[in-house]
Design a protein around this ligand. Structure first.
Ligand code: ADP
Length: 368
């Protein structure tokens, strides 16, 4: 697995149980998956280090999307077996390529346009009004490449600042955000998880809730879209499809072709976690059941709070409650940084959610 963050860390946990030797490429020895004991190659990402990582491995897979698409294509041409393949990964690496291809195939997306100049903003705002949402096609996550552009002046500033094209979208009235996690194996088998609601604040996912508070037909439609999409783009491994529910129905926001924050709840919440499923899928093994283990599953992300409290120091206070399942990523405290998550299974969502929110308050609370 190229990359060594918390996704690789939790994949390592799954790999241990399945007797799989996970080898990772880490840029630093302090990264989460290194500390979790995965066999590590410490090196900058390059053709050489990726070749060395993949040497003798059954398959090369990824814990993030930040790899040069041309480099992946070159390594594939050299005969390195990777899952997902470079053509599919491109849908997660480049939001513009994803939008252009998916809209051509008839998938539901927000209206969008490409902007290179202030005139392009004018044309789009003329049709959809201000504010306009502008996104960099590549490199953004947790809202890093998303700009809400209030007016023409702000658009001119942004055009001057940003190198390259921007994707424009209307500022949507989003009723709900949710995700569907799908797995597709290299043998073509597909398994789909129950729809999960994601509660976002400032473009960061704070909570995930199952079952999602959505009409059955919305869940059925999104599930069908995810199934068709993974086939269409030839994805392998876990794919997270993020959706918006708006007045205009279900719209695709973006894709991730790897285990994803919206699937961490599956570790306890489903028969097969997304991490185990990813390994099964990329190795071409039979996929596991995606059945729920409880009627409701709530999860909160633990972020470094602004008050200077390091949640790690609060762990002994929390683990007195056996219902709260804590996952920490062995990452150093920094305000706003995702340090871990807590999951609670319950008979109903309100009860489970109340416990996760209590856990978060304990971990991120005011100094004692
Ligand atoms: P990232 O790749 O950084 O996660 P996203 O494109 O998923 O960026 O956007 C982050 C968040 O910003 C979304 O979860 C949503 O809350 C909000 N957002 C994105 N696009 C729009 C839009 N067109 N209208 C309104 N809100 C949006």
């Amino acid at each position: 697995m190229a990359g060594a963050g918390q996704l690789a860390q939790m994949t390592q946990q799954a790999a241990i149980s399945l007797g799989i030797e996970l080898r990772i490429l880490a840029e630093k020895e302090t990264e989460s998956a290194v500390l979790a004991g995965a066999r590590t190659l410490v090196a900058e990402t390059s053709a050489e280090s990726l070749r060395e990582l993949a040497e003798g491995a059954a398959v090369l897979t990824f814990d993030h999307e930040g790899f040069d698409p041309d480099l992946l294509a070159q390594l594939k041409d050299e005969g390195i077996h990777m899952a997902p393949g470079p053509e599919a990964v491109l849908f997660a690496q480049d939001k513009l390529i994803a939008r252009e291809n998916l809209s051509r195939e008839g998938f539901p997306l927000p209206p969008f346009a490409v902007a290179e100049s202030i005139e392009d903003f004018d044309a789009f705002a003329g049709e959809h009004g201000w504010p306009v949402v502008a996104k960099t096609p590549r490199g953004g996550y947790d809202g890093g490449g998303v700009f809400i552009v209030e007016d023409r002046e702000a658009a001119a500033d942004l055009v001057a600042k940003v190198d390259g094209v921007l994707i424009l979208e209307p500022l949507l009235a989003i009723k709900r955000e949710f995700a569907v996690l799908a797995a597709r194996s290299t043998a073509g088998e597909i398994a789909i998880y129950p729809v999960v609601e994601t509660i976002q604040k400032d473009a960061i996912c704070h909570e995930t809730l199952v079952p999602a508070a959505l009409p059955d037909e919305v869940c059925a439609e999104a599930t069908e879209i995810a199934r068709r999409l993974v086939e269409e783009i030839g994805a392998t491994g876990i794919v997270a499809v993020e959706f918006f529910l708006t007045e205009d129905g279900v719209l695709i926001n973006e894709l991730a072709l790897r285990p994803h924050n919206s699937g961490h709840w599956t570790i306890e919440g489903c028969v097969t976690s997304q991490f185990e499923q990813h390994l099964r899928a990329v190795l071409g093994w039979p996929l596991g059941s995606t059945e729920l283990r409880a009627p409701a599953v709530a999860l909160v992300n633990i972020l470094g709070p602004d008050n200077g409290v390091d949640p790690l120091e609060r762990v002994p206070d929390l683990i007195a409650d056996p219902d709260v399942r804590l996952h920490l990523y062995t990452k150093g405290y920094r305000p706003g940084r995702k340090l871990g998550h807590a999951t609670v299974l319950g008979p109903d969502l309100d009860a489970a959610r109340a416990k996760t929110l209590h856990a978060r308050a304990l971990l991120q609370g005011e100094p004692k």
